[in-house]
Write a protein that binds this ligand. Sequence first.
Ligand code: HPA
Length: 248
Amino acid sequence: MNRIALAVIGGTGVYRLADLQDVDTREVDTRFGKPSGPIRIGTLLGQRVAFLARHGEGHSVPPHLINYRANLAALQDIGATRVLALNTVGGIGDDFGPRVLACPDQLIDYTWGRISTICEEAGSEVLHVDFGDPYTTMLRHKVIAAARVTGVSLVGHGCYGATQGPRLETRAEIARLRRDGCDLVGMTGMPEAALARELGLDYACLAIVANWAAGCGGGEEITMAEVLANVEAASNGLPELVAELARG
Ligand code: HPA
């Protein structure tokens, strides 16, 4: 029962995994440096699950300064092989309004200047990993099945556009993302997904829509209060879904 069945990375508004019990806290140091915060390992409805807050538990690390490599390596170092990434996002497509949960199957990377490979250091072997399907297909199918079993409403597809942040996008930028085929926009989907692939981790994204992206929906101003309230409301069924995914 020591095996970690699933690691969860929490995004904006998700700094703890509700219902995680008997928590053992680990401060991990990796070959890439320190992760955003401690890893909390505990039991979630009978399953052994690890949790890491991507921005730190006090939300102190902005998207472009997150040590994505250390975060993933830390989870791997404690024995995780499967990662569920929770990403708070804006909705672009009509089916992706606030409080929708989605499991995207594609992404487009608009970020820049982030360390996006584990082979950055001189002398390390260069990897050209296949990334045609950026999320692990089998794990995505399990996320979709876990949502069905636990009665959580989930859109089982979508294209995630990863922007640089930390500012939100202009309406013109979102119009461009829409033309490109993006349904969702967030600031932390990359390079995390690519690094997970390089590290050989199974990785899927569970996107939590917090707001309509700029110019979408009613086109109203986006506030942090709205973002946090929608994430909280949309996260109700998450412990059951995560535990079911960990079980499978
Ligand atoms: N854009 C980018 N990232 C986000 C948004 C958004 O509208 N909402 C939450 N994260």
